[in-house]
Write a protein that binds this ligand. Structure first.
Ligand SMILES: CC(C)(COP(=O)(O)OP(=O)(O)OC[C@H]1O[C@@H](n2cnc3c(N)ncnc32)[C@H](O)[C@@H]1OP(=O)(O)O)[C@@H](O)C(=O)NCCC(=O)NCCS
Length: 193
């Protein structure tokens, strides 16, 4: 399997446990307005932990103009014309972390608690396996307990916790938490059935 064949599966519909049908597909150039709208719906305290200034329309537009899914794959969840979740797979494509993908996830506040984050991370795990990545990692600040729990449910374990190590966008210091997941190859995965 390859990234291309994994992406052939999209767009894809999934049904959340409350019955809502959600369409998933990777980011496309014309998504910039909806993507920007999604970020502006996130509560201000959460924006402090995002590494980019995503409420600036130009930042989001620039991302949409330089999409490289092999490097950054934002998988979007749509309810009609609105983005309600994004789960991104980042790949290094070289260097000593070339076998490790990094995952992040954000869900629209009105659509939380329905299993969407869990479903999106599970999708991205499958895509990562198709890309022949060997490991996934996810980074958190120590107070992101909800997110740490979601990743734990998918099978990620805590690899490191460094006290008072990172600073948010207001320069407040937080613990740094690194979680990781070992991926089975497609053959190993198929053999488990
Ligand atoms: C964390 C986040 C992605 C969870 O999204 P979500 O769609 O509500 O999560 P899910 O519904 O899939 O949750 C799956 C399970 O995780 C746990 N969980 C999720 N959010 C939680 C929270 N805030 N507190 C405690 N447990 C939580 C629950 O056990 C939940 O299962 P349950 O609903 O059966 O109890 C969402 O709150 C968010 O976008 N937060 C801000 C961004 C962030 O912290 N991202 C992580 C950085 S990579």
């Amino acid at each position: 399997m390859s990234l291309e064949s994994a992406l052939d599966e999209y767009p894809k519909e999934i049904r959340l446990r409350d019955g809502l049908n959600v369409r998933m597909r990777p980011l496309e150039p014309d998504d910039h307005a909806a993507f920007h709208r999604f970020f502006t719906a996130l509560p201000a305290p959460e924006l402090l932990y995002i590494k980019h200034r995503v409420t600036e329309a130009e930042v989001v537009r620039a991302w949409c103009e330089s999409i490289d899914l092999g490097r950054n794959l934002p998988l979007l969840a749509w309810d009609g014309d609105n983005i309600i979740g994004v789960c991104t797979l980042h790949q290094s494509l070289g260097g000593w972390k070339r076998h490790i993908g990094r995952v992040s996830v954000h869900v629209h506040p009105l659509f939380r608690g329905r299993g969407l984050a869990q479903a999106m991370v599970a999708e991205i795990v499958n895509v990562a396996r198709a890309c022949s990545l060997e490991k996934l990692e996810a980074e958190f600040i120590g107070t992101q307990n909800g997110a740490i729990k979601v990743f734990g449910l998918i099978g990620f374990g805590e690899l490191a916790r460094i006290p008072a190590y990172v600073k948010d966008m207001q320069a407040i210091t937080h613990d740094y938490v690194l979680m990781g997941l070992d991926l089975l190859t497609d053959d190993e995965f198929a053999g488990m059935g």
